[in-house]
Ligand binder design. Structure first.
Ligand code: HEC
Length: 139
């Protein structure tokens, strides 16, 4: 009897926690990462200019012309995106950090997302466009 209960609990645990992993990570992107990038980065990084294009998963993972990577899944410190938003001063290629107006929390959230694999849905939910307001866009 106890064995049966254990078996039942075990299979319940499996169905509850193993399969939705990928879904949770996509959800993390949609509800946390996407709004911040859309509000603070897409005005410029939308494919109309040279360099980083954060419009879709496919474009965001294209490396720089000299082979550096904006996003290195699992390694925020190696990711040019994190390096760039953590810069305090000016950079020949980039505005100072205070103009980006990202909070420490938002930077930490982006670090966590990359650390956790930088999951970015390749379907419509992963398509980004500039959202000037702080409101969450429909997705
Ligand atoms: C006002 C316009 C503007 C905004 C807003 C902006 N950027 Fe940039 N950024 C640029 C330009 C211009 C460059 C130089 C071209 C390039 O390398 O993409 C650049 C460069 C970069 C680079 C490459 C730096 C390097 O060393 O090569 C990264 C990474 C980057 N931006 C990330 C971001 C992120 C993340 C955001 C949002 C938090 C953001 N940018 C917001 C204009 C902008």
């Amino acid at each position: 009897m106890t064995r049966l209960i254990f078996a039942a609990l075990f299979s319940l645990a499996l169905t509850c926690c193993s399969s939705p992993q990928a879904g949770n990570k996509q959800h993390y992107f949609i509800s946390n990462v996407k709004p911040v990038l859309q509000q603070h980065c897409l005005r410029c990084h939308n494919g109309t200019g040279p360099g980083l294009n954060l419009s879709t998963q496919a474009t965001a993972f294209v490396p720089t012309v000299d082979g550096r990577r904006y996003l290195v899944p699992g390694d925020p410190d190696a990711s040019l995106l994190i390096q760039a938003i953590q810069r305090n001063g000016t950079h020949p290629k980039m505005m100072p950090r205070d103009l980006l107006s990202l909070t420490e929390d938002q930077i930490g959230m982006l670090r966590e997302w990359i650390e956790d694999g930088a999951v970015w849905p390749s379907d419509k939910s992963g398509q980004l466009s500039h959202q000037p307001s702080g409101e969450h866009p429909a997705h």
